[in-house]
Design a protein around this ligand. Structure first.
Ligand SMILES: *Cc1c(COP(=O)(O)O)cnc(C)c1O
Length: 211
């Protein structure tokens, strides 16, 4: 495990950070990855995330990477380092409202449905600009950048989508770009990812996939 982690970190270079996606995995395994030097971990379910936060070292930066329901926003705001999966104006408004109430500023990314897939969450490319302009003015929210989950196919096939993401990010003058998973992280790095989110390659296959 450690060798895998160090290899991927090395491939990231200095402009990109590896997020170890620990969903469905237990705290003992997570601690092993932590001990190899990783401090960024990603989860996609609120309850699972909260239970792990309490059991693991408090210098971990927790990333919420899964679809977030508005009624769970209050449980997440103030507890995570970055919310990657903001996929609607309604959700962004709720994060803003909750952040004001708690007296915190929430860092968020806007999720883009870059390949226009029926099964995926995210803003369409055509609505991104307008949505960004509304969301960036909400109180107690910092829109740091963009995120996507590319189609479930090879990295060479997804490279075109990563290129599009980088272009959108540059057009909006944003600095954070979260893209690339076990199957396509190398191409994501080549196209300018600043976070890659890798689960399977680090932790092994998941018994069940809850995403
Ligand atoms: C599960 C998940 C990942 C990691 O996927 P792997 O293929 O296991 O590397 C990355 N991003 C999101 C949003 C996920 O839900």
């Amino acid at each position: 495990m450690k060798d895998n982690v160090l290899k991927i970190v090395n491939e990231c270079g200095s402009n990109c950070t590896l997020i170890a996606v620990s969903k469905t995995k237990g705290v003992d395994l997570i601690r092993e990855v932590y001990d190899s030097g990783i401090r960024d971990f990603g989860e996609n379910k609120v309850q699972e995330l909260l239970s792990k936060i309490d059991l693991l070292p408090n210098d971990i930066r927790w990333h919420m990477i899964g679809h977030l329901q508005t009624n769970k926003v209050k449980d997440v705001v103030g507890r995570v380092y970055l919310i990657h999966s903001v996929d609607s104006l309604r959700l962004a408004r709720e994060i803003s409202k909750c952040s004001v109430k708690k007296g915190v500023v929430s860092n968020i990314l806007l999720e883009v449905n870059i390949a226009s897939e029926e099964s995926k969450y995210g803003f369409s490319v055509s609505e991104l600009d307008t949505s960004y302009n509304e969301i960036k003015d909400l109180e107690n929210i910092n829109v740091l950048g963009l995120m996507c989950v590319a189609p479930n196919q090879s990295g060479s096939e997804n490279r075109v989508y990563f290129k599009k993401m980088k272009k959108l990010s540059d057009e909006l003058n944003l600095s954070v770009l979260s893209m690339g998973m076990s199957n396509d992280y190398k191409e994501a790095i080549l196209e300018g990812a600043t976070y890659i989110r890798v689960g399977t390659l680090i932790f092994g296959k998941r018994d069940y996939d809850i995403n």
